[in-house]
Design a protein around this ligand. Structure first.
Ligand code: ADP
Ligand code: MG
Length: 143
């Protein structure tokens, strides 16, 4: 299996619930290596740009409002098969449908406020990582 990178965001609900530490611990215990991370607050424009593919969806305005409602923690994570494994690790978009023991099943309140983002493909992972981090902020070698 190939080593891949995925972009996650610990969303504003994760930060508000004081879950940065707990979720980050689980990410590391699951074998993901953190290559970049920061605390930041998105503007509506930045949040809307990140979720541009959902622009026509009925939930878009709420999503932009939520994602800019407080600080969040974007991270670049690296692991073999990172894209698929991280999606499995966080669970379904709707926490009511998420597997027991996943991040969203354990911590999310609703389909909108679901604690974490995870890239859905290697290509999108690259685009999303570059959206938040210049190459100079990505650790080249964690050893
Ligand atoms: P995922 O984050 O699992 O990849 P999507 O890419 O489909 O899910 O949607 C992006 C984000 O938009 C979701 O994580 C969630 O915050 C929000 N969202 C998705 N579907 C809905 C919905 N039906 N109602 C409200 N918010 C939604
Ligand atoms: Mg998605």
């Amino acid at each position: 299996m190939a080593v891949e990178r995925t972009l996650t965001i610990l969303k504003p609900d994760c930060v508000r619930k004081n879950l940065i530490g707990e979720v980050t611990k689980r990410i590391q215990e699951a074998g993901f290596t953190i290559k970049a991370m920061k605390l930041t607050r998105l503007t509506k424009d930045t949040a809307g740009g990140f979720y541009a593919v959902h622009k026509e969806r009925p939930f878009f305005d709420d999503l932009v409002e939520f994602m800019s409602s407080g600080p969040c923690v974007p991270m670049i994570l690296e692991k073999e098969n990172a894209i698929e494994d991280f999606r499995t690790f966080i669970g379904a978009t709707n926490p009511d449908e998420a597997e027991e023991g996943t991040i969203r099943a354990d911590f999310a309140d609703s389909i909108g406020e679901n604690i974490v983002h995870g890239s859905d493909s290697v290509e999108n992972g690259k685009i999303e990582a570059a959206y938040f981090f210049p190459e100079s902020e990505v650790v080249a070698n964690n050893a």
